[in-house]
Ligand binder design. Structure first.
Ligand code: CMP
Length: 142
């Protein structure tokens, strides 16, 4: 098994709904550690750049509006197989398809307002962590 880092975003709906603590508690209780954290309000440019692979899709404009509608908590999670484990903990992108007990099942409002983001591969995790955090802001324990 490999220790990995993955980017998690606690999205504006989960912040507004007062679920930051519930989400962090879940990650920590599953053995993932917080290696970095930043509470911020994304600019339109920063959100568009983050979701660049979705540019041109019909939901892109609305997604950027939502992601800039309020503050988000950016986290770097670290642990054994953190990328897959975060995806399992989050559940399916569409909360209607997410398993009971997953974060999206519990805290999403809709497909767009799906509470949390998690990197989907080692390549995207590397890009996404570096997109928001300088190296000296990430406190790796391994
Ligand atoms: P996320 O994991 O952050 O990656 C892209 C986001 O786009 C996704 O979560 C959803 O918030 C959103 N998204 C994906 N597909 C759709 C869709 N069909 N309609 C609206 N939003 C979507």
């Amino acid at each position: 098994m490999m220790v990995e880092k993955t980017l998690c975003i606690i999205k504006p709906n989960a912040v507004v709904d007062n679920n930051i603590g519930n989400i962090i508690l879940r990650y920590e209780s599953e053995g993932l550690r917080i290696a970095a954290a930043k509470f911020t309000h994304l600019s339109k440019e920063k959100a568009e750049g983050f979701y660049i692979e979705h540019k041109g899709k019909p939901f892109f404009g609305s997604l950027v509006n939502f992601m800039t509608s309020g503050p988000v908590l950016l986290l770097v999670l670290e642990g054994e197989e953190a990328i897959k484990r975060n995806r399992d903990i989050m559940g399916s992108t569409n909360p209607a398809e997410a398993q009971p007990g997953t974060l999206r099942k519990m805290y999403a409002r809709s497909l767009e307002q799906n509470a949390v983001h998690g990197s989907d591969s080692q390549v995207s995790a590397k890009r996404e962590v570096a997109y928001f955090f300088d190296e000296n802001e990430v406190f790796t324990r391994f």
